[in-house]
Design a protein around this ligand. Structure first.
Ligand code: GDP
Length: 388
């Protein structure tokens, strides 16, 4: 423990060898060895929450970072794909990428970070399931969705039932690929599965989990028996060890490498510092035609409502919404704005949710009849960053 916490120069000064820390990052297809060794990068992340800057160009050429091409040659691979419920539009990019590379995959979808939703939202589990599945089906062409599990890796919610479901879905010839966008919680999820199934051995296989996107750089293989999942080999076949494979997080490199494209660097810091610890606190306000609000770099203008009635908005985000008059804001470019109509007759039910990648989401409620809204996104952000 002391050796881990000593910096390199102190170790050199004392002439202490450093048997437990490798200079190279954990790379391609390393099975984690029996005695847990940490590369320098994982050590810094684990013990000091410090990440060296990534040279993405270098990583792409040397490691498997951001590449799922190894799946192309597999026939109907079993894939566990994680999405972040608090960051739906952006985290769906992982499923999109999978669909483009291997649409025949048998996919088990994990909606992680359920603990970030406010308690009221957890009461409507069925509605949440329908919303997630319909959003996925509208946007992504995947042939075989096996299941959707709502879980929280950090709190352990829903993990036991997922493991049970996995044990029923897995075939004797399967490896299990775990993938998803960077920071959706893949490592935390795997560590929780290990803790559930193989408590005493979990440190042997534990993977590095951190707030910083881009933590896992290459595929990490963990034998399925560590999860109590080693299926029986069919009679007469030669037995091969099968693995659960933690893959590097997927980043949308077309969007400037940034998963939080709707946030300025300052806003990213603000969102990240709170996000992983506390549930979103809903903020409710009402707006009339001619008013607007800003969330991160996104903007919503209220253009018109039935009889000028106010619309009730509830914002679920770690960022405070800024309310202002639309006339104070610059006229938006046609290419960067989307118009849409929402209707509601009920005071108590939200009629529409608008999700903003990385920033949270906004629910519309109130007996306003119908309303015309204009959503304006920054020009450097694609329209996928917002879903309705
Ligand atoms: P990976 O990049 O997909 O492997 O993600 P990590 O496992 O490194 O997790 C990224 C961040 O999300 C870390 O700060 C985790 O603590 C956090 N995280 C992971 N799962 C959960 C969860 O279920 N709830 C909350 N609130 N945070 C989570």
């Amino acid at each position: 423990k002391l050796l881990y916490d000593m910096d390199t120069s102190t170790r050199q000064l004392l002439g202490v060898a450093d048997p437990a820390i490798d200079d190279q990052p954990c790379s391609d297809s390393d099975t984690i060895p029996a005695k847990r060794r940490l590369c320098h990068r994982c050590h810094e992340l684990n013990h000091k929450n410090r990440m060296e800057p990534l040279d993405l160009a270098h990583l792409r050429s040397t490691l498997q970072y951001n590449s799922l091409s190894f799946l192309e040659t597999k026939r109907q691979p079993l894939v566990v794909c994680l999405i972040d419920v608090a960051d739906m539009p952006w985290s769906l990019y992982g499923l999109e990428k999978l669909a483009s590379i291997q649409p025949n995959s048998r996919v088990m979808i994990i909606a992680n970070k359920m603990d970030l939703l406010p308690p009221a939202a957890l009461k409507h589990e069925q509605r949440l399931r329908e919303f997630i599945l319909s959003t996925i089906k509208n946007r992504i062409n995947l042939e075989q969705i096996e299941s959707l599990s709502l879980v929280s890796a950090t709190k352990g919610w829903g993990m036991k039932s997922f493991l049970k479901r996995l044990s029923h879905t897995i075939l004797p010839s399967d490896d299990v690929y775990v993938l998803g966008c960077a920071n959706v919680g893949k490592s935390a999820f795997i560590n929780r599965l290990l803790a559930l199934s193989y408590g005493k051995n979990r440190d042997k296989y534990r993977t590095t989990s951190s707030k910083n996107p881009g933590t896992t750089l290459g595929n990490i293989l963990i034998p399925l028996h560590a999860f109590g999942l080693q299926p029986d080999a069919p009679f007469g076949s030669s037995i091969r060890q099968h693995y659960l494979i933690d893959t590097p997080g997927i980043l949308d490199l077309s969007q400037g490498n940034s998963p939080k494209c709707l946030l300025t660097p300052e806003q990213q810091k603000q969102a990240l510092s709170k996000r992983h610890d506390t549930p979103f606190k809903p903020v409710t306000f009402q707006l009339k035609p001619g008013q607007s609000f800003l969330l991160g770099r996104a903007r919503v203008d209220i253009e018109d409502t039935t009889n000028g009635l106010p619309v009730l908005f509830t914002v679920f985000s770690n960022l405070p919404p800024h309310i202002t008059k639309s006339s104070k804001l610059p006229l938006p470019d046609q290419n960067s704005s989307t118009h849409f109509h929402a209707t509601s007759q009920h005071q108590s039910h939200a009629s529409t949710d608008i999700c903003f990648a990385g920033a949270g989401w906004v629910a519309l409620a109130g007996a306003f009849g119908s309303a015309s809204l204009r959503i304006v996104l920054p020009q450097d952000v694609t329209k996928d960053a917002c879903s309705i």
